[in-house]
Design a protein around this ligand. Structure first.
Ligand code: NAP
Length: 292
């Protein structure tokens, strides 16, 4: 399959690498062109613009930071939409807003192109191990068409529904719950530590009993050991996601009081620690508030 790939950040790079290893013809583009070098060395082609990466591709994947990045890459004379041929497919892997997914779907439909929103669950390590979970929203035949390529970097593809924006909403719900889990775990670990029980001991009990879930197994050691740098998922991206959850909640008239607390702890973390820190460093804010 001829595949264009846009966005070679922490997530995009390992995903594109898997597509190349799966013997797809890969042409990549990244705003900072130098980041593409390892893939070029491994046999990918490099495009000068999103338009060039999309021209001739059967599928174009994008893995960009946020709504604004997608808009910039999608539109304009040198944009993805200008290069994608009729009936070709754009699969957006980024975590974007419900509104942005709707907008991208409409824009592609107006140009006779196909669109699937397919945000992913899993950090860069899961991407490197081809163990992401894909939440796909779009026409079933388009998701089927993309599935062999999606399988190169994921362990499961969930069909969320025919509307691309439903996949964005599910992804935002998941990220809200991940951060809520990190917050509750951080509070419990802090309490244990202040009460004289090692963090590792509480974690052993949690993951060995009722809390034997990937979210606690993944984030537990990070929070317990305070390994928040380098950021696998940057606190600024987490803040973006909590903002998108808030927009969706407001649109649907759903009060989410816990969301406000999570957002504030992320803001506190970014304000005191800077932007180059993992979102799970809200655990630091929790510990500091307890005088640790
Ligand atoms: P990242 O490392 O910060 O990479 C962001 C990518 O977006 C880079 O390729 C960057 O280009 C590009 N970009 C940013 N602004 C742009 C703009 N205005 N125009 C063009 N390109 C732009 O982020 P990431 O961790 O890979 O995350 C990517 C997406 O996946 C985000 O939506 C994130 O929420 C989601 N996600 C992340 C994780 C995770 O654990 N990291 C997990 C699941 C989902 P440059 O290289 O030029 O900066």
């Amino acid at each position: 399959m001829k595949i264009g790939f846009l966005g070679l950040g922490n997530m995009g790079m390992p995903i594109a690498d898997h597509l190349l290893r799966a013997k797809h013809d890969l042409i990549v583009w990244n705003r900072s062109a130098r980041k593409a070098q390892p893939l070029i060395d491994a046999g990918a082609l490099q495009a000068k613009t999103p338009r060039e990466a999309a021209a001739g591709a059967d599928i174009v994947f994008s893995m960009l930071a946020d709504d604004a990045a997608l808009e910039e890459v999608l539109c304009g004379k040198e944009g993805l939409s200008a290069g994608l041929r009729r009936n070709a497919l754009h699969v957006s892997l980024s975590t974007i807003s419900v509104a942005a997914a709707k907008h991208a779907a409409r824009r592609h439909a107006d140009s006779g192109q196909r669109f699937v929103a397919a945000p992913v669950i899993g950090r860069p390590e899961a991407a490197a191990a081809a163990k992401l979970s894909v939440l796909a929203g779009g026409a079933p035949e388009d998701i089927e068409y993309a599935t062999p390529a999606l399988s190169a970097f994921s362990q499961r593809v969930f069909h969320i529904g025919e509307k691309p924006e439903s996949a964005s909403l599910v992804k935002l719900c998941c990220n809200f719950m991940i951060l809520a889990a990190i917050e509750s775990m951080s509070e419990a670990l802090t309490l244990a530590e202040k009460g004289g029980v090692p963090r590792a001991k509480l974690l052993e009990v949690l993951t060995g009993t009722l809390f034997d879930a990937a979210v606690f197994r993944t984030y537990g050691p990070i929070v317990a050991e305070g390994k928040f740098r380098p950021a696998g998922f940057a606190a600024t991206l987490g803040l973006k996601d909590m903002r998108l959850v808030s927009q969706a909640a407001e649109a649907e008239r759903v009060p989410m009081p816990l969301l406000s607390l999570l957002r504030d702890h992320l803001l506190q973390t970014i304000a005191t620690e800077g932007e180059d820190i993992d979102w799970s460093a809200i655990g630091k804010a929790v510990a500091r508030n307890a005088g640790l």
